[in-house]
Design a binder for this molecule. Structure first.
Ligand code: GLU
Length: 306
């Protein structure tokens, strides 16, 4: 297994903190010399995904579109370490990315033929509704409201909303301490919605991505970033001297693979793919080689019916 060295992980933090190597470029330490630690190189698990070339999914419009095109278009995130990440060389890695690759292979499409589309939280439903993506894998919580517009196969992971703060700030222990604090999260997320609905803070700031919020936190422009613990642990593990996750979750976030609404055959197929991966150790292998490296611990959850 190729495990990121701590130096490499810290190097990613250096890149995040410096805006991905704007000063001196990636891999340089500012003096123009190569810094071996300064890399955000994507590392993947050892899992391999055999392409199921004879597969058919009776009655699925999404599958028909995929097989006709000979490729899949997958909606993902690109700035969430260990989940959905794209390094400076353009490689993608993370738990969500590898699950997207597994699903592609089991739908008969070699993962090298995946066309990735980076879709932020706020645009997921419209991307699926408009046929812009065939499926979406990117920390996408299954909710009743979203189920009005899209379908989900899952949950393939369960996390909870938490808070990321500066390491030297001991003024917050949980969401009750957010009164009077400036809180940042992503537009269209369950995270920002919950902060508002529950009245935890009325001083909220939104951006398209969580990495924008993390920059704001490091620049002292906000006091906390809130979203799922799995996402926050990734940022914290890359900047352990500057950031910490409170570890006091206040929601249940059940991640699903987003699918075009009503394609039950596709939902059943993707659920089957996930179930097999959970039973044969593939899910665990992917988890251990990606998200597990951020310090999160989780077991494969039980899947919902379609
Ligand atoms: N899981 C939450 C959601 O789907 C927050 C993370 C995200 O925005 O992707 O809204």
């Amino acid at each position: 297994m190729r495990i990121r060295t701590m130096a490499a992980v810290l190097g990613v933090a250096a890149l995040i903190l410096s805006g991905c190597g704007q000063e001196g470029g990636p891999g340089e330490n500012g003096n123009g010399t190569e810094d071996p630690a300064a890399t955000d190189k994507c590392e993947s698990s050892d899992a391999t995904f055999e392409v199921d070339s004879g597969v058919t999914v009776e009655g699925s419009k999404t599958f028909d579109k995929i097989s006709k095109a000979g490729k899949v278009v997958v909606g993902v995130k690109a700035d969430q370490p260990f989940l959905g990440y794209k390094d400076t060389e353009g490689n993608r890695c993370g738990f969500d990315i590898e699950l997207a690759q597994l699903i592609s292979a089991k739908l008969g499409v070699d993962p090298s033929k995946i066309e990735y589309k980076e879709i932020p939280s706020e645009n997921r439903e419209t991307a699926l509704q408009g046929g812009e993506v065939d499926y979406y894998v990117g920390t996408y919580s299954i909710t009743d409201e979203r189920k009005q517009k899209v379908s989900f196969a899952g949950p393939y992971f369960i996390g909870g909303q938490d808070l990321l703060v500066r390491k030297d700030d001991d003024s917050m222990k949980g969401p009750e301490d957010l009164k009077g604090k400036k809180v940042c999260s992503a537009t269209g997320s369950t995270s920002i919605q919950r902060i508002r609905d529950e009245g935890y803070s009325d001083d909220t700031v939104e951006f398209k991505t969580y990495s924008d919020c993390v920059s704001q936190l490091l620049d002292q422009k906000v006091d906390a970033v809130t979203t799922d613990d799995a996402i926050l642990m990734g940022y914290a593990s890359q900047a352990p001297d500057s950031l910490k996750v409170l570890g006091n979750t206040f929601s249940e976030e059940r991640y699903g693979v987003g699918l075009p609404k009503g394609d039950k055959a596709m939902c059943e197929k993707v659920s089957d793919i996930l179930k097999t991966a959970m039973d044969d150790g593939t899910w665990q292998k992917i988890y251990d080689g990606t998200l597990g490296l951020s310090g999160t611990t989780s077991e494969a959850p039980k899947l919902d019916d379609c």
